[in-house]
Design a protein. Sequence first.
Length: 260
Amino acid sequence: MGAVEGHCEGAVVCGVKVGDKMDAAVEGESTIFQQLRVMVIQDMIYLVNVEEFAAYISWSLSPDGKQFFVDLEQDPPKMISIRDESSAAKELVSVQKLFSSVFTSECINCDALEGHGKDNRQSTESSSVEHSQVFEVVDLSSCIQNSQITIPTLNGWLLGYPVVYLFDRDHIPDAIYNLSTKPLHLFRVLVRRNSSQSNSLPLEELTSFSVPYDLSMDGRNEPWAEAFWVELQAKWERCKQVWRSMQMEVNECYPQAIAL
């Protein structure tokens, strides 16, 4: 069983690929399934490891958080930290604090969602999982509908990108303009599955993100890129039963607003 996500054992999983041997996977990875919950934000659906996600949120809000942001509201874009004076950064911190009140290290605190629209305490039964495994569904769409933070910014943070595009709803045209007129570096983390046929299996993309070229001229030698790679390698050490090898590629690409 493999996963496409921001980190090898990261906070949020975007999609899960399940092989033919589902029963064996469920039996062997039952503790992993028990830790997963479904999170919905507008038209985005995530699988969340509650304990890992809670730790990630706490790290993001702590002084130790080393995530960087590209302020797309400025021309040219500027690399900033979450603690810089920025209305978009303040909006993101506000959303992070909401997430922190909902996702604790032990459970999902649905009471924290009261007053944020419709009842979010839903559950759905997965018919494809043995023993009628139940996944709680936490819909946070109504919680952020009045926030100025954009889905691309929120998504970049949820996926654990080391550099996240930061802009609010009032500056969407500025963000599109900046990414449509400036070259980018595309960072791709590729993995190869660990199996008896590993030599013939193709590389798969685990995660990818882009950064304006002028803010990442040293490519993978940028300090934040090196720190990200060290973190990934540490997580890969715990995933060797799934992934045989891992590598990071950095390529220059043309300006493209689709990077959002």
